[in-house]
Ligand binder design. Structure first.
Ligand code: MG
Length: 275
């Protein structure tokens, strides 16, 4: 039954969602058996689902390897904290040695880009992480490395960038001026982001619920609006109704269903208005 629902919604997802809200799978579509956040498995699930994009977190190891991992510590919470690898302090081979809950290993950015290339219809939304150990110089260093690797794969048009760090975003404006660059931290108005050369805001549910007017302001400035991490149906509906461009979610299936329902409703309204 679960498999049937997955297939049915996947078919819906591949249909055009027109100019309305589109879905970004937060850390990939990981809510499937045997999958883990930020792994090839969750990226592949998102690609098969046919959503606009699959988000991922890129951090750099102590020996300068670009790894797809969110926190500074290894994501498997079954491992006691002192024994967990630390992405900025440990080296590539130690980070690779431990598997996540579902049995998946932490991928490299190179592996992620190889998988991204297999499905040109799904964007990779790269969040460039900065951890407290990362100096401004190091942030600039790994931002450059990431942009160069994306270019090496010829994936410039299939990648969007997001970051909490203004140092990272400012560097992206210089190094990847043709890409979408959205700021995550939430304290800047759309006009301030525009002034800095960012192309979008990607703010939390909390921030955008406090500033719903920023959605129209951003659109009036020709910017995109993304909201994270939207997992409650009432929040999904609220932001669909406000016309955000992207919803980043751990539950892409439910978000797709609500978008389709809203499209049907607005289609019926338009028909009635014509009569
Ligand atoms: Mg992220």
């Amino acid at each position: 039954m679960k498999k049937f629902i997955f297939t049915a919604v996947a078919a819906l997802a591949t249909l055009s969602l027109s100019a309305q809200t589109q879905v970004i799978a937060h850390r990939g579509f990981h809510a499937q058996e045997g999958s883990d956040k930020n792994t090839i498995s969750s990226l592949l699930n998102a690609q098969k689902l046919g959503v606009y994009g699959s988000e991922c977190d890129i951090s750099m190891s102590a020996d300068d390897s670009l790894m797809v991992v969110h926190g500074s510590r290894h994501p498997d919470r079954r491992i006691p904290a002192p024994h967990r690898v630390h992405v900025t302090k440990d080296v590539y081979k130690d980070i690779r040695a431990i598997s996540c809950k579902g049995g998946n290993i932490v991928p490299t950015l190179r592996e992620y880009l190889e998988q991204t290339k297999k499905y040109p219809g799904t964007k990779l939304v790269i969040e460039i992480k900065n951890h407290k150990e990362d100096t401004p110089e190091r942030q600039k260093f790994f931002t450059k490395k990431i942009v160069e690797m994306v270019a090496e794969f010829g994936l410039e048009k299939q990648v969007d960038y997001i970051a909490f760090s203004r140092i990272v975003c400012d560097e992206l404006v210089k190094l990847a001026p043709n890409n979408e660059i959205a700021y995550l931290n939430g304290e800047l108005t759309p006009a301030e982001c525009k002034q800095l050369g960012y192309t979008g805001i990607d703010y939390s549910v909390k921030v955008l619920r406090a500033h719903p007017e920023w959605i129209k302001q951003a659109h009036d400035l020709g910017m995109k609006v993304n909201v994270w991490t939207v997992n409650k149906p009432e929040d999904m509906q609220y932001f669909i109704d406000l016309g955000v461009d992207f919803i980043t979610t751990d539950d892409p299936l439910q978000t797709i269903e609500l978008i389709k329902k809203s499209q049907k409703k607005s289609g019926k309204k338009a028909k009635r208005a014509k009569k």
